[in-house]
Design a protein around this ligand. Structure first.
Ligand code: ATP
Ligand code: MG
Length: 748
């Protein structure tokens, strides 16, 4: 019972009132998650409830793991039997057991987003629809949002409202796509992510015996982050708990940040209507943060009209005011943050894991990551990839690499059919095999595509070669930025991303723009002498190869979007990019409700901190390759000034030099000093003096030597247009057909 002593009175009330419906709607850091955790421990330990009868739903797998771990400390290994996890993981488990009732095999496949999108692409093609109108992302999101609102394809196709919506959006075939997509998933024995919730609802609606079984099984149902549940999730929990009615939900309306994905704050209000006997527990004491942080956060959120009244206070120390730091550019912002983290760590004897850097959009991680790498500070990106690991960034970098080096096979494989230009895997294989067989480069094969491949493949490759050639010519006259912009535009990469208007598409487009911005800053840096694309790529290779980023690393600074930071806490929190249009996001605010959601996001960000919050903004940030001056975010002014301090020292500092060519040298020597492996310099191909001898005299029966295949005998000659080919039976490699104009053969 010791653990119960560490609770205040209302918290204890929340733990001990195990029977009947309970709702805890309370401010950030007030111990909501702790109450849920202790409640479960209490049920098992003191009330003797079997963990198999407890269902606990969390927002992330990580949160579930942490909770289970904490409960295990109290109750031992029994905690493993709890039904605990995200909505998706728990209901996937139930669907597996009951799949046959819905006509699915019990080993049904779960399609991830990529699987779903590629199926949609296929269907769009098969139905002969325009894939520019019916983009996979757009169709996927439309279907996903219907499923999350529990609108089946049957309802979707028969309800004139959806039909006219789609017609207005010039996508009249959306309903048909929804139907065919569902049919195909079903036939393939597959469910997508949204089906996991949708089908659970169908299961409980159509199979009362199944519902009944789980209603009796789950004597206690608990939900964390209740403010971010959608209607589909709400109905599932409501049905499951309607027999025992022991449901406990905890949340904070001020932290509702997923309305854009269908989360509905109404669920909190409905809850009171659905359970008239509801016990409401209020927690007002914040245990996480200093007084300054709590008060600053309160002053911000009080500007929202739509909120349940709350009085959050803390008896923690007053602490330091929130510190505002101004940077000249985004790169300087990265540096300021990195050096501040370093100084705090040293002065306060902290661990890097006690720091978090939070941003509004993913593309902002680039400048922060580079600054941290430069100072050799380890970091991890939670809920996303490191900037240079992101697909769209790798795609563009591979293009740039290929323009500079036509032998780069890895880059070739990545970009040859990107965006789609009708070059299939078999053509790619042919190119690689021909290059191998003739011991020439893939570029040479592509330049002679007619001889090696022929047909439509050859034409598509011809166009690709022409594109790369023209970009290469560009690169000889232009600087890295101009070349990279030409590559992004002329390759079609940028347009493809631009056309994709979904949130993910927008994110990817911003990332590519951010890479171009980074190249522009490199070019504009007076310390950089060689401004060519080659010089930029060389520097990037060094930056991206250093293993500073490892998600498993317990001793690293955490970088993440504010959305991913929900429920977490850190001693020191840096909120970067506090600028108008970035935060609040220009894309997301068209109504007051949107602005209020952005403000709640800011509230979530501030309340992650235990000891200190830093806000940073830049006076100028590259946008679309041009420095654009920025205005500080309105949210800064919304903080009561008594809790805010402006750091004059840092803001007045001269900007330091951005990435210099010396940086690469310093990096390599510091890596060597630390015993790290330095990426090897690219090796030159060993030159071969194996020059083809005059093969015009070659005829059947002659013995030849090939640099790779060794000795062999000509078994036949063949002429295909202008191309002379020899069939040769090699002693150790079997028979090969080689084009004589390329094969390096010596007659022996
Ligand atoms: P959020 O809204 O951010 O999800 P929360 O309300 O779930 O926050 P918790 O994460 O449960 O809050 O608690 C915040 C911090 O306060 C945690 O470190 C927790 O251990 C601590 N805490 C909560 N209650 C107490 C208490 N009674 N005594 C000491 N520490 C507490
Ligand atoms: Mg919590």
């Amino acid at each position: 019972m010791d653990y119960l002593k560490s609770l205040n009175e209302p918290q204890l009330d929340g733990v001990l009132t195990t029977e009947g419906p309970t709702m805890i709607i309370a401010g950030a850091g007030s111990g909501k998650t702790r109450v849920l955790t202790y409640r479960i421990a209490y049920l098992i330990k003191e009330k003797g409830v079997d963990p198999f009868n407890i269902l606990a739903l969390t927002f992330t797998n990580k949160a579930a793991m942490e909770m289970r771990h904490r409960i295990e400390q109290e109750v031992g290994s029994d905690a493993r039997n709890l039904w605990m996890g995200t909505f998706h993981s728990v209901f996937a488990r139930i669907l597996r057991a009951e799949a046959e009732k819905l006509g699915y095999p019990s080993n049904f496949t779960i399609y991830d987003t990529d699987d779903s999108k590629s199926l949609i692409k296929k269907i769009v093609k098969e139905l002969g629809l325009d894939d520019k109108v019916y983009k996979a992302n757009v169709v996927y999101n439309r279907i996903s949002s219907a499923k999350n609102r529990l609108i089946s394809w049957q309802e979707y196709t028969s309800n004139p409202i959806y039909k006219s919506d789609d017609e207005n959006a010039l996508k009249p075939e959306m309903g048909r796509l929804y139907k065919v997509y569902c049919d195909r998933c079903f036939k393939a024995g597959a469910m997508d992510f949204d089906d996991l919730l949708f089908n659970t609802n169908v299961l409980f609606r159509d199979h009362l015996d199944v519902l009944n079984k789980y209603q009796h099984k789950f004597k206690y149902v608990l939900v964390d982050e209740f403010q971010d549940t959608n209607i589909s999730q709400y109905l599932i929990t409501k049905k499951l708990s309607s027999v025992h009615r022991n449901i406990a939900v905890v949340g904070d309306d001020a932290q509702s940040i997923y309305a854009f994905r269908g989360a509905d704050i109404q669920n909190i209000l409905n809850f009171e209507k659905d359970y008239p006997e509801l016990k409401v527990v209020k927690l007002e004491q914040n245990y996480r943060s200093t007084q300054n942080i709590v008060n600053a956060a309160n002053s911000v959120i009080s500007r929202n009209k739509a909120q349940l009244p709350k009085n959050v206070w803390t008896s923690n120390d007053q602490g330091e005011p929130i510190e505002l730091m101004r940077a000249t550019t985004d790169n300087e912002e990265g540096k300021i943050v990195a050096s501040s983290i370093f100084e705090n760590k040293m002065q306060k004897q902290l661990d890097y894991s006690e720091f978090a850097v939070l941003y509004r959009t993913n593309s902002q991680s680039r400048a922060i990551e580079e600054a941290l790498r430069r100072m050799n500070i380890k970091y991890k990106i939670v809920g996303g990839l490191s900037f240079y690991q992101r697909k769209e960034i790798k795609d563009l970098i591979c293009y740039l690499r290929f323009v500079m080096n036509h032998q780069d096979e890895e880059a070739f494989r990545r970009i040859i059919n990107l965006p789609k230009r009708g070059i299939g895997q078999s053509t790619i294989d042919k190119i690689v095999i021909a290059a191998f067989d003739h011991d020439i480069s893939i570029w040479e094969v592509m330049n002679n595509a007619g001889s090696f491949i022929g047909g439509r493949g050859a034409e598509a490759i011809g166009n690709f070669v022409a594109l790369i050639r023209s970009l290469e010519i560009d690169s000889q006259r232009k600087d890295a930025f101009e070349t990279a912009t030409a590559v992004a535009k002329n390759s079609g990469l940028l347009k493809e991303l631009y056309d994709d208007k979904t949130i993910e598409g927008l994110n990817r487009y911003e990332n590519v723009q951010e890479l171009l911005n980074a190249i522009k800053e490199f070019v504009d840096n007076p310390e950089v002498e060689d401004k060519s694309l080659g010089a930029f790529l060389q520097q990037i290779a060094l930056i991206t190869d250093v293993q500073n980023s490892n998600e498993e690393d317990p001793e690293a600074v955490t970088l993440m979007t504010i959305h991913s930071a929900k429920g977490l806490e850190f001693k020191y929190v840096y909120i970067v990019g506090m600028e108008e249009d970035l935060f609040p996001s220009q894309m997301m605010i068209s109504t007051r409700a949107d602005l209020e959601e952005e403000r709640r996001l800011f509230y979530v960000a501030i309340t992650r901190a235990q000891q200190k919050v830093y806000l940073t903004y830049a006076l100028s940030r590259y946008r679309f390759g041009r420095p654009k001056s920025c205005e500080p975010s309105r949210f800064i002014e919304e903080i009561d000034p008594s809790y805010l301090k402006v750091n004059k020292l840092l803001s007045a500092r001269e900007p330091q030099a951005p990435i210099s060519s010396n940086f690469a040298k310093n990096l390599v020597s510091s890596m060597r000093r630390q015993g790290q492996q330095v990426p090897p310099k690219p090796l030159h191909q060993p030159s071969t003096d194996f020059v083809a001898s005059d093969t015009s005299k070659l005829s059947t029966g002659m013995k030849v030597e090939h640099p790779k295949f060794g000795f062999g005998k000509v078994t036949g000659m063949d002429t295909d247009g202008a191309n002379k080919k020899a069939r040769i039976l090699f002693d150790r490699h079997g028979e090969k057909v080689l084009l004589l104009s390329f094969a390096k053969l010596r007659i022996v």
